[in-house]
Design a protein around this ligand. Structure first.
Ligand code: UD1
Length: 435
């Protein structure tokens, strides 16, 4: 397994381009299964989860061409398998996004129960209940979810999610676009990735209104066609680089981002003493304020509030802020695994239930540490960049799932980080020696 060796203490300076949003590219790639025509997606990030998603599409019988590294042309004309196998689903939970489109277009789908990040139990019961409301018959057979539309086509329905679910909302949107009649989704997720998916689906001929609000209306159509679409910038990568500038006391110009997609993050970081200037609609200039970083409490909530995917990075920052901050995680249980690693580096953090108390500032010292999930890995890299001495981060395959060429990007900004390869290439990027 690859490791990162980080020698901390160097301020990051320079310009950085944000890539396409992983969490938007994943459902958009799944949506290509809804039509026999070609769908072209631009700005698909070059990360491991997208390589997995591509493999899933190909396993199902779709053809995927990449005329450029970040452009995918998918033609799902000859799809003849309706099953996402365990070996793919276990590495990436988002494989369940194949369920909605397969069920919608072919009236049948089989997907293994998912794995993915080790951040608590992450059921898909809400997805399945919603499919049932769209008239699907759902059963569990030897670890696989099997879903069928009784007469080959789902029926529109009014449904309400009892809890906000991002991929659940996306799955139901993709199931409903080809269903007979109207579907109304209440308590829908409002993440920018939902709006991006709706935009793509509408370009393909779907009739979706209200994406980005809690109530979405979808009028089913007989068939969908090809389309061309550019994936939105990754708001979590953007937030991670904002924290990187602040935690290392450097200065970064962050380009090709959409600040309006991370208003809650920007507001919170400003409150905590990070200067964030909008140079234009897609460029931010970020540095620590001369008065320094201040502790500020945060609670993770569904969009448009503070995202759980920025919680770990924010915790790393709070170890350097003056005062005591409380970080409350309401979306996932067991999402504080980075806390004990930060403590190994010298942070003072007390976890009680779903709240972590961070007392700062504390000087961080390099140490051997272990990455436990995607965003936790980002938090540990940030901590290592500001720590004194060398940090060796193990299990960095987690970070490869969602951050494009992170080593190369950080090095271009003056970060002293290198990948120590186990000799076994785990991503195409590694194989090409890109990091
Ligand atoms: C997505 C994101 C992930 C992000 C998360 C929350 C993708 C590919 N991943 O994950 O990066 O951290 O949203 O913003 O977009 N739940 C149930 N039953 C279900 C579905 C969800 O109980 O059927 C619970 C989950 O356990 C969790 C909460 O609902 O407590 C929210 O999960 P959800 O929004 O579904 O997360 P994902 O879509 O998996």
């Amino acid at each position: 397994m690859d490791k990162f060796l980080v020698r901390g203490g160097k301020p990051l300076r320079g310009k950085i381009e944000i890539g396409g949003a992983k969490n938007s590219a994943l459902p958009c790639l799944a949506a290509t299964l809804l039509t026999p025509e070609t769908v072209t997606l631009h700005n698909v990030p070059y990360v491991k989860d997208l390589i997995t998603q591509r493999r899933l599409l190909e396993d199902l019988g779709a053809t995927v061409l990449t005329p450029e590294l970040r452009t995918h042309k998918v033609t799902a004309r000859n799809v003849d398998i309706f099953e996402a196998p365990y070996h793919l689903v276990k590495t990436m939970r988002a494989s369940v996004l194949a369920l909605g489109p397969l069920l919608s277009r072919f009236g049948q789908a089989k997907v293994s129960l998912p794995g993915g990040c080790a951040i608590g139990t992450r059921p898909i019961d809400l997805h399945l209940r919603a499919f049932e409301q769209l008239s699907a018959v759902v059963s569990l057979e030897s670890g696989d979810v099997v879903a069928r539309a009784p007469k080959g086509r789902l029926k529109g329905a009014e449904l309400e999610f009892e809890k906000v679910t991002v991929t659940g909302t996306e799955n139901v949107m993709m199931a409903a676009v080809l269903a007979e009649g109207r579907t109304v989704i209440r308590n829908a997720a409002m993440e920018p990735e939902i709006e991006d998916l709706a935009e793509l689906l509408n370009k393909m001929g779907a009739r979706i209104r209200g994406a980005g609000t809690p109530v979405m209306e979808i009028d089913g159509v007989e068939g969908l066609g090809g389309a061309e679409h550019t994936i939105i910038p990754d708001r979590i990568e953007t937030g991670t680089f904002i924290v990187a500038a602040a935690i290392t006391d450097g200065e970064l110009e962050i380009k090709s981002c959409r600040p309006e997609h991370l208003t809650a993050v920007i507001d919170k970081l400003r409150e905590a003493g990070v200067e964030i200037e909008e140079l234009n609609q897609s460029t931010l200039l970020v540095r620590r304020s001369p008065a320094g970083l201040r502790a500020s409490d945060v609670i993770t909530e569904p969009h448009p509030l503070f995202p759980t995917d920025m919680q770990a990075q924010y915790m790393a920052l709070m170890t350097q802020a003056e005062g005591t901050s409380h970080i409350t995680e309401t979306i996932f249980e067991n999402r504080f695994m980075h806390a004990s690693e930060l403590v190994r580096m010298g942070a003072e953090i007390h976890v009680a239930g779903n709240t972590a108390e961070v007392i700062g500032p504390r000087k961080l010292m390099g140490a051997p540490i272990l990455a436990s999930d995607l965003r936790a890995s980002a938090s540990l890299v940030l901590a290592a960049l500001c720590a004194e001495g060398e940090t060796l981060i193990d299990r960095v395959y987690h970070i490869d799932r969602g951050y494009e060429r992170i080593v190369r990007k950080l090095r271009s900004l003056g970060g002293d980080i290198e990948r120590i390869s186990s000799g076994i290439a785990e991503t195409a990027d590694e194989a090409a020696g890109a990091n």
